[in-house]
Design a protein around this ligand. Structure first.
Ligand code: ADP
Ligand code: MG
Length: 333
């Protein structure tokens, strides 16, 4: 059987049952943004790891080594944020082909160290090996979250409001701009490319959601809104309705859409690597929480609601409805 037949998530489902031989102390194993583990004291330990590979996740000529380093760490910090936690300690492993110079690696680490400093993350270890062809970076990151505040994917309730902590789609559009020569005003192209190369992990947003007591589930948008909402729905045993008119679409995305002859909604729904948070919030607390976000200069945008059943329905501006197929990133499809 080929991996294309079951996809990335089908493969993870196959290995998940092999995972746990000792359930004591494991609050959540395979199947969420982080593993959640009991430790002495009021906090849970969070643990996540991500692997990025040259040619698959990044191209060395697309951005600076500092950006590549920051982005690799940002993806991990984002998973901690999705569980409502704060990041703590990182372990960085690299497989380096001969063509990569020491100065380039120094700059990669400068980028990682800069983002690590911003979030008070220690770099505590890792591993270094050679690679025949491509550069690979694997980061493992721990975090902490108060035990009563940890956010999971499987706990959304019907009637909860679906919220995002920032726009989606800009990173996907930025990636396409890097792949294709497109005639766009410089500042627009720059903003979209920056969204792709320098995503900001939403740690403050995650803490606000988690400490509010009003957030019932969360995930970070790494594979695309449709795919990551699909995870929240499947794991919570729910369906969802999205309201097109409520979903943020930036003017830059609209401009890129018309320059490339594409519907910007495609990037918004399926783009990926936005690293904003997608969450479920109790409807009676939405207003209060949105106000808290606003008072800190952050955004919380309601875009739909969880409903009993299965599948995601997109209610269009013209009143029509379409079933939203999962179109986000899957490494094998
Ligand atoms: P994210 O996009 O949030 O990083 P993933 O989709 O990569 O999450 O992973 C989903 C879940 O599957 C996580 O719990 C992750 O630890 C687990 N996982 C992914 N790949 C493997 C693997 N090869 N072996 C065991 N667990 C895995
Ligand atoms: Mg994630």
């Amino acid at each position: 059987m080929k991996l294309t037949e079951i996809g990335e998530f089908g493969f993870i489902d196959r290995v998940a049952p092999l995972g746990s031989v000792r359930s004591e102390g494991v609050v959540k194993g395979i199947g969420d943004d982080c593993a959640v583990i009991e430790i002495p004291g009021p906090d849970y330990l969070l643990m996540t790891t991500d692997l990025v590979i040259e040619g698959v996740h990044f191209h060395r000529d697309w951005g600076s080594p500092e950006q590549i380093g920051k982005r690799a760490l940002a993806a991990n910090i984002s998973d901690i944020a999705a569980c409502g936690g704060i990041p703590r300690d990182a372990f960085i492993s690299i497989a380096v082909p001969h063509k990569v110079e020491v100065e380039w690696l120094d700059a990669l680490y400068q980028g990682m160290a800069e983002l690590a400093r911003l979030h008070q993350v220690n770099l505590l270890g890792g591993d270094t090996t050679g690679s025949r062809t491509d550069l690979m970076i694997n980061i493992a990151l721990t975090g902490l979250v108060p035990g009563s505040e940890a956010l999971f994917r499987h706990t959304a309730q019907a009637g909860d409001i679906i919220v995002v902590t920032g726009p989606t789609g800009e990173s996907g559009a930025g990636c396409e701009l890097l792949l294709n020569k497109v005639d766009l005003p410089g500042d627009i192209a720059q903003r979209l490319i920056r969204a792709h190369l320098e995503p900001r992990p939403h740690v403050e947003e995650g803490r606000l959601l988690a400490s509010s007591g009003a957030c019932t589930a969360a995930i970070d948008v790494s594979d695309g809104l449709s795919s990551d909402l699909g995870h929240l729905c499947a794991d919570s045993g729910l369906g969802a309705v999205l309201y097109e008119a409520s979903i943020p679409v930036s003017p830059e995305l609209i401009a890129a859409g018309s320059a490339m002859g594409k519907d910007p909604l495609h990037w918004v729904m399926h783009g990926g690597e936005d690293y904003v948070l997608l969450a479920a919030v109790r409807s009676d607390a939405l207003h209060m929480l949105a106000e808290q976000f606003r008072s800190r200069g952050l955004t919380l945008t309601p875009i739909g609601e969880f409903v009993p059943g299965r599948g995601i329905v997109l209610q269009r501006r013209d009143g029509s409805s379409t079933d939203l197929a999962r179109g986000g990133w899957d490494h094998f499809r």
